[in-house]
Design a protein around this ligand. Structure first.
Ligand SMILES: [Fe+2]
Length: 125
């Protein structure tokens, strides 16, 4: 049984999917059940991953790494940043060389953020 917005990863091929409509079936990839990614909220690594939301004139800016930017090199980078704002979902995909941040021109009362690091996995605010 899945839940809407859950994120699952295949440990064999690296496929990552988000549930857009929940169902009773188990998600399977490469012949194995996919792993539910819960989203970590506390960081024990040297670089910081928990997404940090700051308000801007146009909406919000989500940063990964408060004092020092998370690395954005080919081998290690933030693949995407997502916000869920009053129930609506917005995502920006990043690539190596980009800043580890994303601005969303969204005004909302309730904003959660999550981001995916290609090495350290899923993190949420
Ligand atoms: Fe990382």
């Amino acid at each position: 049984m899945t839940k809407i917005r859950e994120i699952y990863k295949c440990d064999i091929c690296g496929n990552i999917v988000e549930v857009l409509h929940a169902g009773v079936g188990e998600l399977v990839c490469c012949g194995e059940p996919m792993e539910l990614m819960k989203g970590k909220i506390e960081d024990s690594t040297t670089e910081k991953h928990v997404p940090y939301i700051e308000k801007t004139a146009n909406g919000v800016n989500v940063k990964v790494g408060q004092n020092e930017d998370h690395p954005m090199i080919d081998k290690h980078y933030i693949e995407w940043i997502q916000i869920i704002a009053d129930g609506a979902s917005y995502r920006k995909f990043l690539k190596p060389g980009d800043k580890p941040q994303a601005e969303f021109n969204i005004k909302a009362d309730n904003i959660e953020a999550r981001e995916y690091c290609n090495i350290h996995g899923l993190w949420k605010s």
